[in-house]
Design a protein around this ligand. Structure first.
Ligand code: GLN
Length: 407
């Protein structure tokens, strides 16, 4: 039963659900001062946390499902790119957009994906929806079940341990890794060297695609101009463009148009595409499963630092899943968010954009840590199309961190 529509950032652009003509979404976890619900699907997260819905739809281009999940203490799942139809969703950045789900627990999401066979469903209305034959090929490449703990290897990406990481979040992340180890899983450090370039590449690519997608809002067939100008008298062309969009959307259009201009194309758009490929290769190197979409990338010793010890030269550890925090900080106060710059808001996406650029499935699982009344999100990332095992792993991790006394 569909119960309603939720507030969100305009065109999915934002990290706090504050870029909305309806006003900001409010995260009610703190009674002292209103907190950010995360964005852009902040309204969906609040709806499930208030019990208004058992499950809510969200879109995730660079983290818009996982960020709200992390800030509100809900579960947020971004599927493998091309798995779930985007028909009916206005495109923000086509090569990154996905439709996923938020819920209080993992089970309703897993049930929806598997029981309704959403995972097998090609939609001819979405040109990025994987064909039935590709779906079959991808399914064959994934193990059918999540075996017991001792068969699971979890990688902890060292590059996610950034200076800006809140020490309590670092503690919660370490505690989760320790709990996984205690349960019997193998936990190993891994390196994803291109991670630090991901945020820049994402904001170049997403803005470029957005500027192209929104070009049709010119006041002729789409946009705000009525006959002889709209009610406020806006006429073609620049006025009509300016009148319809909020400040953040305008900023992205300007940025994206610049990135695609002949002067900047090579230095920005093309470079960002190259970085995107490096990021994908980083992930493919550490996962035990091959990426069913691409040819196997041979592990290349020349990529390694000369100082690497002999033992490590066998290659990166082959992991089933990666574990990181979802966000570098807890839910910030709405007042602080409203006074910060756009660039500061972009920083909150630092852990969610790499897997988005690689098209990989990921889940934010809520956890707690002593010293903070607010929840933190633990992000699990899986190999392409390994969504079912990833969600089962998320279910186990959620139960584990809830029972462990995380201190
Ligand atoms: N915060 C990111 C952005 O503004 C991600 C948004 C999203 O995933 N829709 O682009």
């Amino acid at each position: 039963m569909v119960v309603g529509k939720t507030n969100m950032d305009e065109f999915g652009m934002g990290s706090h659900s504050t870029n909305s003509m309806h006003g900001p979404v409010v995260n009610q976890l703190s009674t002292d001062s209103p907190l950010s619900a995360g964005g852009s699907s902040g309204g969906s997260a609040v709806a499930v946390m208030l019990g208004d819905a058992d499950i809510a739809l969200g879109t995730d281009t660079g983290g818009s499902i996982r960020l709200p999940a992390s800030y509100t203490g809900s579960v947020g799942y971004r599927p493998s790119y091309g798995m779930i139809s985007r028909h009916g969703v206005y495109a923000y950045a086509n090569s990154l957009d996905t439709v996923g789900f938020l819920a209080r627990e993992v089970k309703p999401i897993l049930d929806l994906l598997v029981d309704t066979k959403l995972i097998d469903e090609h939609d001819s209305n979405d040109p990025t929806s994987l064909s039935t034959s590709s779906r079959r090929r991808c399914a064959r490449a994934c193990p059918p079940a999540l075996e017991d703990w001792t068969t699971i290897t979890v990688g902890v990406p060292l590059e996610y341990n950034i200076e800006e990481l809140d020490p309590l979040i670092r503690r919660g992340w370490t505690a989760a890794a320790t709990a996984l180890k205690a349960a019997g899983a193998r936990v190993v450090p891994v390196s994803l060297p291109s991670t630090k370039e991901a945020l820049c590449a994402y904001y170049v690519l997403a803005a470029a695609e957005a500027s192209s997608n929104l070009a049709k809002y010119d006041g002729v067939r789409y946009g705000v101009r009525g006959e002889g100008g709209d009610a406020q008298g806006h006429t073609l062309y620049s006025e009509a463009r300016g009148a319809g969009f909020g400040a953040e959307v305008k900023r992205r259009i300007l940025l994206g148009t610049y990135n695609l201009s002949s002067k900047a194309m090579d230095n920005y758009f093309i470079q960002a595409q190259k970085v995107r490929r490096l990021i994908r290769n980083d992930f493919d190197k550490v996962f035990r499963l091959d990426n069913p979409l691409y040819d196997v990338v041979q592990f290349d010793l020349s990529d390694m630092d000369a100082a690497t010890s002999l033992y490590d030269k066998k290659g990166p550890p082959q992991v089933d899943f990666l574990l990181s925090p979802t966000t570098p900080s807890f839910a910030p106060k709405l007042d602080d968010v409203l006074s910060e710059s756009s660039l500061e808001a972009y920083m909150g996406d630092v852990f969610t954009v790499p897997s988005s650029l690689a098209g990989l499935p990921c889940v934010s699982v809520p956890s707690t840590v002593e010293g903070s009344a607010l929840p933190l999100g633990l992000q699990l990332i899986g190999q392409y199309w390994d969504d079912v095992r990833l969600l089962k792993m998320a279910e186990r991790l959620k139960a584990l961190v809830a029972t462990e006394s995380i201190a």
